[in-house]
Write a protein that binds this ligand. Sequence first.
Ligand code: TEU
Length: 564
Amino acid sequence: MQKTEWYKNAVVYQIYPFSFMDANNDGMGDIEGIISKLDYIRDLGVTAIWFSPLYRSPDYDYGYDISDYKDIDPQFGTMVDFDRLLEECHRRGLKVIMDMVLNHTSTEHRWFKEALSSPDSPYRDYYIIRKGKTEKGTLLPPTNWASTFTGSAWERIGETDEFYLHLFAKEQADLNWENPAVRKEIVDILNFWLAKGVDGFRFDVFNMFSKVYPLQDDHQKHTFQTGAQYFVDGPRMHEFLKEINEKALSLYDTFTVGESFHPSVEAAKEYVRPENHELDSIFAFGHFASDTIAQKQFFWKPLNLPQFKEGLLGPQIQNYGSGWNTLVIENHDNPRAVSRFSIDTKHYRYEAGSMLAMITYLGYGTPFIYMGQEAGFTNTDFKSMDQLKDPVSHFVYDLMLSYHIPKALAFRFIKYGARDHARVPMAWNDSVNGGFNAGHEPWQCVNPLYKKINIKADLESCQSLIRFYQKLLAFRKDNETILQGSVTEYDHENRKVIAYSRTRKDDCLFIFANFSNKPVSYTLPDAIRPAAVLMSNYSDLKLDGRTAELKPYQAVVLQAETES
Ligand code: TEU
């Protein structure tokens, strides 16, 4: 099938179904609720929606542990509801991207249950099951690999001497992609959804599908996970991706985006190289490490702006003319953007929110907006661990306590990086539960700031971030230089200002922003001659010759003439 590459002009909105809109007032978001908000999403200037998992799941990891890939979880609705959602999206010109979690299944999936039901079950080879090692009379896991969610990556099967591999929670058993029968099932699942009419997939931790065999202990020291060298960017990754591309993805006009776990630069480039026929894009998250230590999201450090720039702009520059990029600043796994990156949210929430949107979405790639980000939603001031529902917050907290970190300090770390911040119910207005539902206690507490920070209040404000997003997305929509132009970064080492240009043929746009809460003087690079101010998040720009006096978090797009 000839691909139209529609995704190159698309803008994607991510919905975390648990927390978007609860139409039947049972405390949990649902499909009916999503349908009721589709006009709002379309009016933002969005052209596609990515749904975090809607499939049947016991929700140990809130949908990322799937127990039936071909069914909708009853808490969200039925397959009939989903079909209507798909139709309602398409009717509004919104493409639908499904989340696909194929590194692991829920341990409640039929395959896993069958695998454990008998030693002769053919489903045993669907998973990675090995005998443990006995050392000094003690039964140990087969290897020393660590789970992403802390602890050993192996869980013992009952009282036997066997273990199954889980690179995430113990309720998420890793699939054995070496087994052709597993890959056949996967191709079948993808084609099931494609035949329904969905337009693409987001592949969860895809670069862990292939493991190094024989499985072995990791004797090296690592900043991340013990064993990662044996299960990240494994030897058969490209082969596996080519296979699902050939047998499913290429048969339709799809878009795929892979979520990868710390990929190597070389591997990342290969996954998206068009000639390779693997994925269309992968998420670039490098800038998320610019305010955390060793890429661990719970350990705060002051923003390192050059590192942020490298993460945000590096892939756009490296992939130019080759692989496609994604532009992202928030998702369901991270705290709210205006509450991190050392931003002064108290005084400059609107300015910082609009600045982040400008520097992110005027880049080269497909914008991804996480629900609520468009209204500058902030982190929640959680008061205690029991307000946090994400198991990872608890795993990491317990780990810290086991290292004798005092409870109060451990809680501060968790609060800094918790995924829960992104997962509290959407605040639509200032009525009960922020208008998420009609008053039933939500599965996760609402942000108490909802009375002030909500969608309706933003739309009615004279400084509406939503309206700014609409303006920004309209600006990029038909601008060929933004959609296709090359990216050049300037003043990389500047720790206050981020600056880059977008160039196509003889058109050049210069985008620069003050990433601090103090005014900053910035002298334009020699190569940039300002011709006009096209857009800013402030009503004016003080430009004296070649020097701009930028207000706190001021971002600007200049029409530029380049010296050539
Ligand atoms: O996340 C992959 C992942 O490893 C991280 O982003 C993770 O959230 C972080 O390391 C925790 O500190 C994906 C999904 O986006 C996430 O929601 C799932 O929990 C995870 O895979 C397992 O399916």
